[in-house]
Write a protein that binds this ligand. Structure first.
Ligand code: PLP
Length: 372
């Protein structure tokens, strides 16, 4: 990215000089890398400020462009709030929204999707892998149902790319929002994959102006961010299989280590159909706030979704899989990253075990005192 901060000042849309041409070449190279990790064609990718923007563009853009076909959209209770709140907004504009439930592992049933589709349905949005519990949905089956019923299918792959293989053709996906910073790219840049054929998708733009990105997203492009995003995708393409294997082994070892020193750990999310960087664990008999306070100086930990951790409400994902508000609040979420080692995970297990055992002892003493 560095040359595009301090040497290459060109605007990719100003191709009348070599500065602009070089910037445009860099953007196109990045577009190719992004397309490759989705099994897509570069011309199907448009750059955005991140997946929140890409999701809003899909939900509002499809709702407006296909209004004459219908006014019904389907999504899932455990989606990211960018998806849930854009649907909520559409509801206030008179659209009909179906929010499907998940099972205790956080998976949606393809049959529920099939049953929910009506002649008025224009969009189904189901994420590939969940950001809080790591569960992977049966995307290929849902894609097939949507194709058969001729309904567009958006699949948020923000957490999936870099952690599993994603293929828009194999899965029958029409729209894919992405964020660079979930795959070690810079923050504030992302993309939307929009299928161009079988079917060709129409989207009503949200941002109007100079007609950048085929008129779908006007505004001068964030060249530096896009270059970083492209490079992050190139590395994924090289490293994915090896990283997936390493993450799986590290996660399993962490679980075994923690279970040796703490009883009753509840591991959230699907045991096998999952991405392996994500660890979500709940501890009964512990106060959630006290638990976070006890570990947060030693390890980087989240309680609810990172994006909403300023609020204290129990996570909508954990309550959707059936956790009580108390257990949801006594839940820690940890991500294993590319640069973590086994020693880091042993340390994390040690810190968590120490905190949970100490807090459980306090709770037991409190309960005994209450009985007196
Ligand atoms: N979708 C998922 C699954 C996410 O995890 C996130 C962020 O955490 C988003 C969408 C929103 O991404 P951004 O904040 O980059 O727009």
């Amino acid at each position: 990215m560095l040359p595009f901060f301090n040497q290459e000042f060109g605007n990719p849309n100003s191709r009348t000089h070599s500065y602009g041409t070089r910037a445009a070449e860099a953007v196109e190279e990045a577009r190719g890398h992004v397309a490759k990790i989705l099994g897509a064609s570069p011309s199907d990718i448009i750059f955005t400020s991140g997946s929140t923007e890409a999701i809003n563009l899909t939900v509002f853009g499809i709702a407006r462009a296909y209004r004459e076909k219908g006014n019904h959209l389907i999504t899932v209770a455990t989606e990211h709030k960018a998806v849930l709140y854009s649907h909520r907004e559409l509801k206030s504009e008179g659209f009909e929204i179906t929010v499907l439930p998940v099972d205790k592992d956080g998976r949606i049933s393809p049959d529920d999707v099939a049953k929910a589709i009506t002649p008025k349905t224009i969009l189904v949005s189901v994420m590939m892998a969940n950001n809080e519990i790591g569960t992977i949905h049966p995307i290929q089956e849902i894609g097939k149902i949507c194709k058969e019923k001729e309904v567009l299918f958006q699949c948020d792959a923000v957490q999936a790319v870099g952690k599993m293989h994603v293929d828009v053709e194999k899965c029958g996906i029409d729209l894919v929002p992405l964020s660079a910073h979930k795959i070690y790219g810079p923050k504030g840049v992302g993309a939307l994959y929009i299928r161009k054929k079988n079917p060709r998708i129409r989207i009503q733009p949200m941002i109007f102006g100079g007609g950048h990105e085929k008129g779908m997203r006007s505004g001068t492009m964030n060249v530096t961010g896009i270059v970083g995003f492209g490079e992050a995708c190139r590395l994924i393409d090289q490293e994915l299989d090896r990283e997936m294997e390493t993450l799986k082994k590290m996660r399993e070892k962490f679980m075994r280590t923690l279970e040796k020193s703490v009883s009753d750990v509840q591991w959230n999310g699907h045991p096998t159909d999952r991405i392996h960087n994500n660890i979500s664990m709940s501890f009964s008999g512990v106060d959630g706030t006290a638990l976070v306070n006890a570990v947060k100086d030693d390890i980087a930990i989240s309680t609810g979704a990172t994006c909403t951790s300023v609020t204290v409400d129990p996570s909508h994902v954990l309550t959707a899989i059936g956790l009580s508000p108390d257990l949801a609040n006594a839940t820690l979420r940890m991500g294993i990253g590319r640069f973590n080692t086994d020693a880091d995970l042993d340390f994390a297990a040690d810190v968590i075990a120490h905190a949970v055992n100490k807090l459980r002892k306090v709770t037991r003493v409190d309960m005994k005192l209450a009985e007196l």
